[in-house]
Design a protein around this ligand. Sequence first.
Ligand SMILES: Cc1cc2nc3c(=O)[nH]c(=O)nc-3n(C[C@H](O)[C@H](O)[C@H](O)COP(=O)(O)OP(=O)(O)OC[C@H]3O[C@@H](n4cnc5c(N)ncnc54)[C@H](O)[C@@H]3O)c2cc1C
Length: 377
Amino acid sequence: MLGHLLHLEGIDSVIVENRSRDYVIERVRAGVLEHGTVDLMVKAGVGDRLLREGMRHSGIHLAFRGRRHRIDFEELTGHSITIYGQNEVVKDLIAARAATGRPLYFEADGVAVSESRMRFRWNEEEHDVACDFIAGCDGFHGISRPSIPTSHLRVYDRDYPFAWLGILAEAAPSSDELVYSLHERGFALFSMRSPAITRLYLQCAPDEALHRWPDERVWEELMTRLANADGWRPNTGPILQKGVTGMRSFVAEPMRWGRLFLAGDAAHIVPPTGAKGLNLAMADVSVLSRALAAYYRDNRQDLLDEYSDRCLARVWRAQRFSWWMTSMLHRASDGNEFDYRRQIAELEYVTSSRAAMTSLAENYVGLPLENAFGVTN
Ligand SMILES: Cc1cc2nc3c(=O)[nH]c(=O)nc-3n(C[C@H](O)[C@H](O)[C@H](O)COP(=O)(O)OP(=O)(O)OC[C@H]3O[C@@H](n4cnc5c(N)ncnc54)[C@H](O)[C@@H]3O)c2cc1C
């Protein structure tokens, strides 16, 4: 996305990815786009398929004690969210990049960055690129953050005593909107990727062994945790993918070292309960593209200097929201019946008070996003 926003400003960039094109296109991860992310993609000219195929949702359900309660985002905030797989976003951005003819290297080896150079091997050839700036958009396990001296970075983090077992199933979604459920046996989430594919998650142990979860057991547990008094339940179908996703909150500050700027998961991780990871990455690069454009166009340094603080203000709000949603909806292994009753009381409050519902809704649809085309509210 950064490469595309820079292209629109007439700024050259080289994109280096260590995986193959097929791998990044098939990697199923996030799927909830905030309205600001949708707006950014549309204004950047990469939103046609998203507008055609994305599923616009105007709310979510919170389920507990066998009942579903709807939070109406549209009515509370005037905004909605869009379900469109992260891999579809990646596919559209790769196509847009290819159309510009600007460099995009897949399957690069031995990628290394310093403050002003990027080296990598591609097609058996060594490349050494002198860079005005480097954007470390290489995720939590990438090499950009570890390239910054540890004395320059301060890290804040928290691990959670649970993870998500996620499946992708060939089954038509049985609800038009996501269902987040707290059950005595733990959290479950009903979600979807398309009119034919359902995405479902179960709270599990961080070291959960997948072989202990044959398909029948997954469905049985999902039905137990999601089934509702109103008769609603997910449709079942062949399971296409199964995996365990860890949960973590992490922030590295500042998001800059000289000419190296960190963006997205390279600088921060949120537990997926608030659906913020992909959206935060989009927010970072829109701020960065604007700062770089001001540098090249008007010789301005100030926006580059403000980059880290501007992003972190949003990142910490998303951290708070993601932590809060996670704490409200999961059963911690060190929790007891008091905690469960307190969580139920919180859910009852959140689904009955307009003030509380609005607070959840405005965070979920996305806080104002500053981007190259202005600010969305
Ligand atoms: C299994 C899973 C499920 C998730 N589900 C959700 C969800 O439901 N909702 C949500 O909001 N978020 C979810 N997330 C988080 C979300 O996917 C991330 O927040 C988002 O991908 C961040 O984007 P990014 O561009 O910063 O990093 P990435 O998307 O991780 O992109 C970084 C890229 O850098 C490449 N790379 C890594 N190392 C190197 C290197 N040394 N050299 C060159 N390239 C390198 C990687 O291959 C990758 O393509 C999930 C994450 C995972 C892993």
